[in-house]
Design a protein around this ligand. Sequence first.
Ligand SMILES: C[S@@+](CC[C@H](N)C(=O)[O-])C[C@H]1O[C@@H](n2cnc3c(N)ncnc32)[C@H](O)[C@@H]1O
Ligand SMILES: [Zn+2]
Length: 297
Amino acid sequence: MTNKEKSAELVNKYVHVFSCPICKSPMEVTHLKSLVCLNNHTFDFAKQGYVNMLTHAAHSHYDKQLFTARREIILKSGLYTFLHEKISEVINDALSAAKDEIMIVDAGCGEGSHLQRILDECENVRITGIGLDISKEGIRMAASNYKESIWLVGDLANSPLADQSCHFILNILSPANYKKFKRVLVPNGFVIKVVPRTHYLKELREAIFDGKDKKVYKNDETISLFKQHFHLADMINLSYTRELNHKELTNLVQMSPLAWNSSKNDINRIINQGISEVTVDLDILIGINKQIKGGEE
Ligand SMILES: C[S@@+](CC[C@H](N)C(=O)[O-])C[C@H]1O[C@@H](n2cnc3c(N)ncnc32)[C@H](O)[C@@H]1O
Ligand SMILES: [Zn+2]
């Protein structure tokens, strides 16, 4: 059986979770080749096993080099190990009594390593991961590396997932669409959103902007908007500093949108001058999908 057919079988098992991004009707898998809706809108499985369900062309700044660097950092540097452990703890606690099939969507999953690492730490064997990202490059890499989850190219503003079909939405350092998250979540389902705090990667920021960036990043507005949509059950702050070797520093510079406007020379300067340690400073917001009085629907 090819990778494509294996993925099609996995999607077929959970096909009730899908809804056509064009007409919203239910879908089915045909000939282990395509996802097709009642109105015949057809989305083919790619050879790596993902499905492109975008209804419009999308341009992304995020390219293969950036995703390769993110993958290296996530898998090999251990920079995000605490984050994975904390998130899986939250999931394990919430699921201690659950017996049904559990769907976890990573909205804006990039190349998929966060989702994979988190699932690795989860104790519940009835969990299935779905990674959704608008970047084909990211999803292609995810599908090539991680065969046990479902990988979809899609826009979180118009996701191919059915109403009340998922139990957890992860949203890690990515944009959100809370209205759509609420549609897809079961009642009392969880959103686990990771947002940077003031000192996140501050050594990298200082090196890139050469000390000239005086803006202080605060996440108060992000948290306040989150609270308008979800009941904030908990907020976990993760702050720590890690040493970096030369290879890790190169990947860190390449994985970050912070360096998008820097020239090659500047990037080489940062890598050569060296940053010996880097700060991770994140908030994990844990929201529950409850009807909130006064909250926008
Ligand atoms: C900073 S990256 C984070 C990726 C991943 N969560 C990680 O931490 O490695 C932001 C991601 O959001 C994705 N993204 C941006 N807008 C999106 C949208 N409308 N729908 C789905 N994904 C989107 C990008 O393609 C990118 O992969
Ligand atoms: Zn359709």
